[in-house]
Design a protein around this ligand. Structure first.
Ligand code: CP
Length: 310
């Protein structure tokens, strides 16, 4: 990764890998959000803006995905770039009798692409892939129970748009607090003046959290929390690495929200959902998760533009 390590830029994005939310500060997020706003305007106006023509994004998904892969690929194509890669490593030489190593595949995709988005079941693997890359930038598309930084960029942008900023928000994180999206979210919130509450099924409390993240206040019941928070962020309850571990969850539904909220609450969820958010919330004012999913493309477009410095 000699080329990238030797590169120093004034911002946190240009020419850099995207591995952890711990690498970003409010000024970086502000730049990302402003770029995403511009990108949304471009998309809405139909302006044909193709700054990444000639650039190639490789998708290397060693684990399943709907949104993360498709949003990165859509973003690259909308910016005029092209995409290649795999959504299932068993169709590469990793499958079958060859059993090519993930390391060799990581080297290959970094030789072919200008930027590689990687999802892998092993925590920390995208950083390892970045260390193997000569010149391609690596984006962590979710690693085991590690992090999911671009999901958090989308989450924070959605909160920022809905509430006009992040300071002062009261956020309840529900269900499985061990998930990578929660870990990245807490890292993303660490520079903002937010109050974070947590409510999880037994045994699903956040594991050792990184230093400096906001404390998660626990011990309150759902009813009292719903009467005062701005955002309920439900994590998914089914992790690929723990498929058996999925039944204990709080389900948010229309009755519950209407009964307990004297004020507006935004329900967020990175998706896929598996019973944490009832479909009867989908068309209500509470639902923030479709907006969150919709922001997945302009935020990845903004991120790619900044990574390529254009
Ligand atoms: N939010 C998210 O990471 O979804 P996918 O697993 O479908 O990529």
């Amino acid at each position: 990764m000699a080329t990238l390590r030797a590169t120093r830029h004034a911002d946190a994005f240009t020419g850099r890998h995207v591995l952890s939310m711990g690498d970003y500060h409010p000024r970086d997020l502000d730049l990302l959000f402003r770029t995403a706003d511009e990108t949304r305007s471009d998309l809405a106006s139909g302006r044909d803006h193709r700054p990444l023509a000639g650039r190639l994004l490789m998708s290397a998904f060693f684990d399943k995905s709907t949104r993360t892969r498709l949003a990165h690929e859509t973003a690259m194509i909308r910016l005029g770039g092209t995409v290649a890669g795999f959504a299932d490593a068993t169709v590469t030489r990793a499958g079958g009798t060859t059993q090519e190593s993930d390391d060799d595949i990581a080297r290959m995709v970094s030789l072919y692409g200008d930027v590689v988005v990687v999802r892998h079941p092993e925590t920390g693997w995208p950083a390892h892939a970045a260390s193997l890359s000569e010149a391609a930038m690596v984006i962590n598309g979710g690693d085991g129970v590690g992090e999911h930084p671009t999901q958090t960029m989308v989450d924070l942008y959605t909160m920022h748009r809905r509430f006009g900023g992040l300071d002062g928000l009261r956020i309840l994180i529900l269900n499985d607090l061990r998930m990578r999206c929660v870990r990245s979210l807490l890292l993303g919130l660490r520079h903002f003046d937010c109050t974070v509450y947590g409510l999880s099924a037994s045994g699903k409390d956040a594991a050792a959290l990184p230093e400096g993240v906001p404390p998660i206040h626990t011990g309150r019941d759902l009813d009292s929390l719903l009467s005062e928070v701005d955002i309920v962020y439900s994590s998914p309850t089914v992790a690929a690495e723990r498929p058996e571990d999925s039944l204990d969850r709080v389900t948010l539904n229309r009755d519950l929200l209407r009964r307990h909220s004297g004020h507006d609450i935004t329900v967020m969820h990175p998706l896929p959902r598996k019973g944490e958010v009832d479909t009867d919330l989908d068309d209500t004012r509470f639902a923030g998760y479709w907006e969150q999913a919709d922001n997945g493309v302009p935020v990845r477009m903004a991120l790619l533009r900044l990574m390529f410095g254009c």
